[in-house]
Ligand binder design. Structure first.
Ligand SMILES: [Zn+2]
Length: 109
């Protein structure tokens, strides 16, 4: 795990917590960062997409959003095909743009 020093998410980096009732303009010290304004976040750096051995197929939706129905607007691709496509955001954008214009199109190969 890698660590990074980030702005405290509770006090937004101010080190100041909630207002003290009864005293005008008086506030608590932030209980998350103890007044420093910073917190240490642990994370796993991304290096490469990790392959799984339990996936046979992946369902790809031709349309996105709340109006998307399951079924006819889906395509099932093998996991091998999924792995071949490196830029999924771009691929999804292209097929969804085409599908929005013509719902009879199939996926590009
Ligand atoms: Zn804080």
């Amino acid at each position: 795990m890698a660590k990074i020093k980030a702005k405290c998410s509770k006090c937004n980096g101010t080190g100041i917590g909630p207002k003290v009732e009864r005293y005008d303009g008086c506030f608590e010290i932030c209980s998350r960062c103890n007044g420093t304004g910073a917190e240490t976040i642990e994370y796993s750096p991304f290096i490469v997409r990790i392959e799984r051995n339990d996936v046979k197929e992946v369902r790809v939706k031709k349309a996105s959003g709340v109006l998307c129905n399951y079924g006819s607007e889906d395509k099932i691709v093998s996991y091998k095909e999924f792995l071949k496509i490196k830029n999924w955001p771009e691929y999804l954008y292209k097929i969804r743009k085409k599908y929005a214009a013509d719902s009879t199109i199939d996926f590009p190969d």
